[in-house]
Design a protein around this ligand. Structure first.
Ligand code: HSE
Length: 429
């Protein structure tokens, strides 16, 4: 059989993994693909590192990947504009593409998938979401019979590592971030991890596949973990919860909720047990019920596992195709979303404060499901007396209602500091 001729763009961590995996498992891969997977050329703008390319040619000219001697371009250079240009040019020239680039899919997914379809070539992006976890294949194929109701994932290993280290070892935020960066998982710009942008890219892709909808990155509500304090992690634990950074897409009658934010999840839920840099994606379908897909969300070999699985699909011929006519489902604003809340209110240690807070929430139709009020008073600084945090868990409520209730509580003279609120999801299978 004619080999599948592969050109790789980039020679960073993931590319190194792909090159190694193609060599290590060459025989098995050829059998599964029905023909050899032949690495013909590697192009990287920076000079070749000491990596064994197994006989493939090396060039610093990325354009050298476009031509009849390459069937499929594997884009692993990262970034946005140059990577998108490389992918477009490959597809326009009739080359299949495999990419791990979540940013270009989130921003240009509709255009790139249409282009691939028009050209009759495959576009694989299994590696773009949750690294080695085969969630794209699961949504595209294994769960295709379902009407998906909810997708909720821990899809940023760096944020998960930080929250786990803060909750379990009492590590400070900056210290935990430095540890995660040392593990090689973090994005070049740490804001992409800790401010939730990376997770929002991934959620855009998940929602597009789960709900057969257009890629709407600009509509995803995005909040990172940088405001989570050790105090909130402790209270959450006391209430029987863990704080996780979740990317959530949910089908509702009014439209699709698409939001990325820190979230309290019950301690006994499976997602609460996903620690360190691991990823997991929960998918709930009308036929299958709840499913959970867990594994390494980044790293050389896990991500290479996803890239090479796309290469096998392409080698088998035309398997990487997606439904046409994605629908422009309405994405709801965060004010229209509905969920339960954890609220921490720093208040004066005086009689009647809790009752007044409860009454304000009650007037807004918000029901209280649980509460903690520490007896230990905390000194808040000169002049403002001693105060205690009132911690409340509410039932589900529209965000808009919660925001106006909390604005009213914040104006109470007994409330001595900024109120912290974190959304809560139950996600039990
Ligand atoms: N920075 C990402 C993470 C890498 O921490 O999960 C994988 O996309």
């Amino acid at each position: 059989m004619e080999p599948l001729k592969i050109g790789v763009a980039g020679l960073g961590t993931v590319a190194g993994g792909v090159v190694a995996l193609l060599q290590r498992n060459a025989e098995t891969l050829a059998r599964k693909a029905g023909r050899p997977l032949a690495l013909v050329r590697v192009a990287s703008r920076s000079p070749k590192r000491g990596i064994d390319l197994g006989g493939a040619a090396f060039t610093t000219d990325l354009d050298a990947l476009h031509g009849p001697d390459i069937d499929v371009v594997v884009e692993l250079i990262g970034g946005e504009q140059r990577a998108a240009q490389l992918v477009r040019r490959a597809l326009q020239g009739g080359q299949a593409v495999v990419t791990a680039n979540k940013a270009i899919l989130a921003r240009y997914g509709d255009e790139l998938l249409s282009l691939a379809r028009a050209q009759g070539v495959g576009l694989g992006f299994e590696a773009a979401v949750a690294g080695g976890v085969p969630i794209i294949g699961a949504l595209r194929q294994g769960l295709a019979a379902n009407r998906v109701l909810t997708v909720a994932g821990i899809v940023n290993g760096t944020s998960n590592y930080i929250l786990t280290a803060m909750a379990e070892q009492g590590a400070a935020f900056a210290e935990a971030l430095a540890q995660a960066q040392a593990q090689g998982f973090a994005e070049a710009d740490p804001a992409y991890d800790v401010e939730g942008i990376d997770a929002a890219h991934k959620l855009t892709i998940l929602a597009a596949l789960a709900f057969d909808m257009s890629f709407q990155f600009d509509k995803v509500y995005t909040e990172g973990i940088s405001r989570i304090t050790e105090e909130d992690l402790d209270y959450a634990k006391e209430l029987g919860y863990r704080i996780k950074h979740l990317a959530i897409a949910r089908r509702t009658e009014q439209g699709v909720e698409a939001r990325v934010h820190p979230t309290l999840v019950p301690q006994r839920s499976l997602l609460a047990g996903v620690g360190g840099v691991m990823n997991a994606v929960w998918v709930e379908g009308d036929a299958v019920g709840a499913t959970l897909h867990y594994g390494a969300g980044a790293g050389a070999m896990p991500t290479a596992s996803a890239v090479v699985s796309d290469l096998i699909a392409i080698a088998r011929g035309g398997a990487l195709d997606y439904p046409v006519g994605r629908r422009p489902h309405k994405v709801l604003s965060i004010e229209q979303a509905t969920c339960a809340y954890y609220v921490r209110i720093p208040s004066l240690d005086a009689p009647g404060v809790f009752a007044e807070v409860a009454a304000t929430l009650g007037r807004h139709g918000i029901s209280i499901e649980g509460a903690i009020q520490r007896h230990r008073a905390v000194r808040s600084g000169a002049g403002s007396g001693s105060w205690v945090p009132i911690v409340i868990l509410t039932a589900s409520v529209r965000e808009q209602t919660m925001t106006s209730a909390l604005a009213q509580v914040q104006r109470m003279p007994q409330v001595v500091g900024g109120i912290a609120s974190i959304r809560v999801e139950h996600l039990m299978g």
